[in-house]
Design a protein around this ligand. Structure first.
Ligand SMILES: [Zn+2]
Length: 63
């Protein structure tokens, strides 16, 4: 079944420091990303593509 919590690390996935972030997906509550380097926590949306995984952050910086 696909209702298990999955967690993986995305290298250079942090928008703030460019460090590795841990992505945790939970059924019903979406996905969260956490950077152990700068402690940046954010909600994310994951989209599966045939070529890989796309991650969209809920909070986007308007630089
Ligand atoms: Zn970071």
């Amino acid at each position: 079944m696909g209702d298990a919590v999955s967690e993986f690390t995305l290298p250079e996935g942090c928008m703030l420091c460019g460090g590795a972030v841990s992505i945790r997906t939970t059924p019903g509550s979406g996905a969260h990303s956490y950077c152990a380097h700068c402690h940046w926590l954010s909600r994310t949306r994951l989209r599966m593509h045939k070529n890989g995984l796309e991650i969209a952050y809920a909070t986007q910086a308007l630089a």
